[in-house]
Design a protein around this ligand. Structure first.
Ligand code: 3NM
Ligand code: MG
Length: 521
């Protein structure tokens, strides 16, 4: 027992369910054996309905299997069953026996896990000597309908941030609640607080309800293993806050150059008003635009090495389906997705759309004006106990701080546009005063900037922050050069001049490196 306890791999934790709705007519012992063969690393036997004798019988059979693979078996709630058949430990919920009492009964070598859905519950469980925590409920689940708190990935992150739990802390931690192949990588990514992450995820129906439990476990296990390279690279390892702005800007021209000759795909789901202008801007910078909201082709387009732009504009239910399908397709291959939450906070419908989008997938960049970014920052998929007034940011310090905190929360790049643009990846932050007032006088300027930044991310994949910065500089320097031209006399003549300068900058980026004005860290 003691030896198993010290070397548990928490990455894929299977909780069993014997109800017909989930198990069907399969045999639970077979399901568990196949799941372990597929990659399950811990098993919890959970049965809320069986008699004690039957439970001991099933648990003993399960233990014969788990022991063969050196996988720990834990019993949900029932210490008596655990003691009777000698499983490695128990998992106890908030309404079950106290952790301290359980420890007295089972002794130091037993593994005792506790469910926690808040910082307080997590702290108490750790103080009481829990060996690991199960945290959640992450998302509402039909498997357990009496769950009290749906905490979302933000709630997971809060617990990982505040308590001594997770990969960088002393007590391991797994998340539970509607986790499956479609969201497992995102949950691992979005719940992380700095380098402190979940040690694993716990699932019931994603494996027990599957027709082929081995294949289901294998898929989940592979997704867990491939999650880091797809998602964790929002901030490359060992990145420090910006101190050497010149050094950073010196890298911009070569990125502009490689983007100009890339013909990289820029897939836009955007409103009809701006489509033509956005497509022209993409072409001028060196990208290949495609405007498509067709769900059926999103997975094929996602594989072409480009990026997806979701412009929330007028999100009808049909469009929202396209957005979430597009996100899933690009998330599945780790390709960049940019969210432009147009009018984000203006109406209840738009606020709800932002929430739905944040809960449905992972964005590499969130770009918007002050109102839009504030509204995204205020939106959360956590059930709030109090009122949730979106943070207001009036001073430049407050804006910079809001952008940085949102980047940290969502693990992505955040850009707040305005007279000064604020860009952050949560570690590095810059404020840029480039651009032209004419950008505020033409339609689609913000949407086009989003498209440019997205395609830059697809070209310069090793550092999303630097890619976004290069895309911005390309765009804003071109605007300045257009405004300065003799033939530019107003918004109308600005547009062709701007398209020309976007193109020319890509062809000739050697004219003295960056044209950055007033950058503040
Ligand atoms: N405990 P599925 S949620 C057993 O929040 C259990 O404590 C939960 O099932 C908690 O993976 C849950 O099928 C069921 O959504 C999770
Ligand atoms: Mg319980």
């Amino acid at each position: 027992r003691a030896s198993l306890k010290n070397q548990v791999d928490w990455s894929l934790y299977l909780v069993t369910d014997s109800t017909a709705a989930i198990l069907g007519d399969k045999d639970i012992v077979q399901v568990v054996e196949q799941a372990i063969q597929g990659g399950v690393t811990v098993v919890q036997y959970r049965d809320k309905h069986a008699d004690t004798g039957a439970m001991i019988d099933v648990a003993t059979k399960l233990h014969n299997v788990t022991q063969k693979y050196n996988v720990p078996l834990l019993i949900n709630d029932r210490l008596d069953v655990c003691q009777a058949m000698g499983a490695e430990g128990v998992h106890i919920g908030q309404d079950d026996m106290d952790c301290t009492q359980a420890r007295k009964l089972l002794g130091p070598d037993a593994i005792i896990g506790v469910t926690a859905s808040s910082e307080d519950e997590a702290r108490k469980a750790i103080e009481d000597g829990a060996d690991y925590l199960g945290i959640g409920t992450t998302f509402a689940t039909p498997t357990k309908t009496d769950t009290k708190h749906i905490i979302g990935t933000q709630g997971l992150q809060q617990i990982l941030a505040a308590c001594d739990t997770g990969t960088e802390k002393s007590v391991p931690c797994v998340a539970i609640g509607s986790i499956n192949a479609s969201n497992i990588q995102r949950v691992l990514h979005q719940s992380a607080y700095g380098s402190n992450r979940l040690n694993g995820v716990a699932v019931v129906s994603a494996i027990v309800a599957a027709i082929d439990s081995q294949a289901a476990a294998k898929t989940l296990s592979e997704l867990i293993k491939s999650a880091p390279e797809k998602f964790y690279a929002a901030v490359p390892p060992n990145i420090q806050p910006v101190t050497d702005l010149k050094g950073l800007m010196a890298q911009v021209p070569s990125i502009i150059k490689s983007h100009a000759s890339s013909s990289v795909l820029c897939h836009n789901m955007t409103n009809t008003v701006v489509q033509n202008f956005v497509a022209n801007v993409c072409l001028a910078t060196g990208a290949s635009p495609i405007m498509s909201e067709i769900i059926a082709e999103a997975p094929d387009l996602a594989k072409l090495g480009g990026a997806l732009v979701i412009n929330m504009g007028t999100a009808t239910p049909e469009k929202l389906n396209s957005f979430t399908a597009g996100m899933r397709a690009y998330n599945a291959v780790g390709a960049p997705v940019l969210l432009d939450p147009v009018g984000g906070g203006a109406t209840a419908h738009r606020r709800n759309t932002v929430k739905t989008l944040l809960a449905s997938g992972f964005f590499s960049v969130i770009k918007g004006n002050e109102n839009e970014i504030s509204s995204v920052a205020g939106a959360s998929n956590v059930q709030q106990r109090g009122v949730d007034s979106g943070p207001s940011a009036s001073t430049s310090e407050e804006k910079a701080d809001l952008v940085k905190r949102l980047a940290q929360r969502e693990h992505c790049i955040v850009l707040m546009t305005g007279e000064t643009d604020y860009l952050s990846d949560g570690v590095r932050s810059v404020a840029i005063n480039n651009g032209s007032p004419y950008l505020g006088k033409i339609t689609g300027a913000g949407c086009a900037l989003g498209a440019v930044i997205a395609s830059y991310l697809a070209v310069h994949r090793e550092d999303k922050f630097l890619a976004a910065l290069a895309g911005m500089m390309h765009y804003e320097m071109a605007a300045e050069r257009a405004e300065a031209r003799q033939d530019c006399n107003g918004p109308g003549s600005f547009i062709p001049a701007f398209l020309d300068e976007l193109y020319l900058l890509g062809q000739d980026v050697c004219s003295g490196g960056s044209g950055a004005k007033d950058m503040i860290v």
